[in-house]
Design a protein around this ligand. Sequence first.
Ligand code: IPM
Ligand code: MG
Length: 448
Amino acid sequence: MDFKIAVLAGDGIGPEISAVGVDVMTAVCEKFGHKVSYEYAVCGADAIDKVGDPFPEATYQACKNADAVLFSAVGDPKFDNDPTAKVRPEQGLLAMRKKLGLFANIRPVQTFKCLLHKSPLRAELVDGADFLCIRELTGGMYFGEKYQDNDKAYDTNMYTRPEIERILKVGFEYAMKRNKHLTVVDKANVLASSRLWRQIAREMAPDYPEVTTDYMYVDNAAMRMIQEPKFFDVMVTENTFGDILTDEGSCISGSMGLLPSASTGESTPVFEPIHGSWPQAKGLNIANPLAQILSVAMLFEYFGLKEEGALVREAVDASLDANVRTPEIQAEGGAKYGTKEVGAWIVDYIKHQSLLRKERDKRFFSTFARRCIKSMITDSIFDVSPCFITNDDYGKNSKELDGTHRRHSVDEVGRIQPEVRAATGYSCQTGVFQSGGQCERPRGAGND
Ligand code: IPM
Ligand code: MG
């Protein structure tokens, strides 16, 4: 594929994590033979300082002309602390969402096993939590009519039927692709806009008979997310509620610096970390680049490039496993890695350490054939028996499934086989591979 990417680094830690995101994108494209070119454009406080507009026309054009936008963060305390400021960096982000018609914001909440202890919630509550928040992004209070004088102020929370229908459709469709459980989050006991959401959701639900749809007030949802995060599969909600709940969701995994997002709709999709610009950390090389890197994974997946996305995710997992982490998730006593160093490690992993599927296939089959031939020659009998792959290339899968590298009984193999197949794409029937690539011929059934 030939990618044209608009890069909007923005403010605070934005430029630092953006640089890492670009390096990762480039490394994956090189590995898979995709062409990629970048157009850099200003936004947020940086753009206000430079051209007086947080989302200038030139930036809009760069986004419009790109296949995807790699966005980082906007925001600067000098505006936060000035209530009289007429233009604000955040307006740039809102303008981008509106102008590009990005009505669906997909924010996955996922956990990483090795970081469970970093979560403010107990590990057993968090372990395995994995849900998507679909946030409506171009309507509601953020864009409704506003008024402010010294004595009175209001924001209008308006939603129209088409706006609600199209975002609910996204919710139902994601639920269909996942565990078929959709939670519609609203405040229908108080808000008219929420009552319309709920009514429309009820009208649409019969079109998705396989999806279990439930309805939850936002205050209850906020509570349920920390009491039982595993309850959720896909939740769909309006702009303001989604903004608040996704910050809450991001804590579940232990660091805000871990969660990416995708905003999609009528024009160019935007991929960005869900965290903000963290101005206090600007230039300190301590910001976690993983959320930005995982946004690159989402970008590839959006274009149907699953293997590219999987490679990025594999590299992120590998960096965490290798303890190559920024300070806020650093294992106690571990070496200190900065934003750049984590990024460089991941790029190096992508370039040199990870094997693409076809390379793994080639290596697997040549090793397999060599071992089998050797076995046939030395033992002059070729014993065909069930086995369990614990070859190095698949060590990760075998460890996940079993935790050890040992031989397995026929029964065990039978039980594990479907999982091995799901994890590796292989069914295993012959020989026993052990860690280190050494092949042992099973000595008959029950060879444990
Ligand atoms: C987010 C941010 C933005 C929002 C701000 C920066 C305008 O909090 O993307 O969640 O509220 O949407
Ligand atoms: Mg937010």
